[in-house]
Design a protein around this ligand. Sequence first.
Ligand SMILES: [Zn+2]
Length: 414
Amino acid sequence: MPASPTLPRPLYDIHISPFPEGADAELRYVVEAGTRSFVVTQPVRVLIEALSESSDPVRVRRSLLEETGVAMSDGELVGAIARLPRALFVESEHTQDNGLLFVPMPILKQAWVAWLATRLQHAYDRRFLIAVALLAAVALPLCFQEMAAPRVLTGVSPLASATLLLALAVSALGHELGHAAACARFGVPPGHIGFGLYVIFPVFYADVTRAWRLAPARRVIVDLGGLYFQTILLLLAAPLFLAGFASEAMYLFFFYNAGAMLHNLSPVFKLDGYWLLADLARIPNLHRRTFAYILHLLHIQRLGADQLQPRLNLILLGYGILVAAYFFYLGAYIPGWLSSHVAPGLVDGAGNFSHALERFAAGAWLDAFGSATKGLLVVLAVGLPILLGLLWVARLAISAFRIFTERKQSPFFP
Ligand SMILES: [Zn+2]
């Protein structure tokens, strides 16, 4: 008789809670391990809990049988465990599932973020929210008017550029604290704040994995928290901007922030807009499911009847079309952008604002740093959207492949 296998034990900091609301009626659970979280079915939850209590296969098999009615041999048990996410067993502090976020580096550790977030959570008090909304309704249109005014950028001094970069870093950090403060507001501990590369864009990020414990309506607030805090920062800077203080640098500060906020709201990549849409529509794994549904529509990989619901299908289809439109727009925009920069004069600017945008993208404000930087920026501006599009498609293909192979291997998986 072969010796009984010793089963792996999950990490100590695993936290399991009911998944507040999935798109379907079946009861699901959120399993949090380190900085990652997974939505699992009831049998998988029982397996993970049994493993947390014992590494003895006899006891684990008994728990499974008692709580789920599933009888397994040792071999089947080992097979089922092998298909559990590895992050359950391996410390995965640096491999969080942020899609295209590479080399994440913590810069504010969890304790500091918790301390700051506890103090900043009062920004979500009703009175404060109303005050911000009223101020924003008055001041932001004035700022946008100021931004749209005809303006020829003459270049920012190195000192002003450095100050601007610092101010932009502060606003990006403020954005992340907005997410963390919303978590704190709802009694969920925020994780660390870090810095990494989203594809090759340098970005700050906040680990708000535990927001999965919240109901979707509250997750929506967490999703919007970053933009809310960014709005507060813009309101603080608005008097300086409107008074004409350091007008060119202030213009770029507003311009960059407005651009970053809009970019963040786009649901194409896994930025705030993606999570917002996923939480509003109550569909976890929106990217993966959309791709699976598109494959289904193309008759490449049919989904089962239980995975097809009219409301869900409509959202997935709408989302798929939106993503396609986005890349179609990029494809149409890039040649025009190229011709206006590589052979200027071929395409006229569509107005002052878009002209300013082009000058900004062409690195006008970096003139002080020399043309080498400018050249690099132009290359990045052309290459990045293409690279992003390719990576996005590749990633979708990989996740779709994974979901199908998982599903084929194991009816045990969600
Ligand atoms: Zn954000």
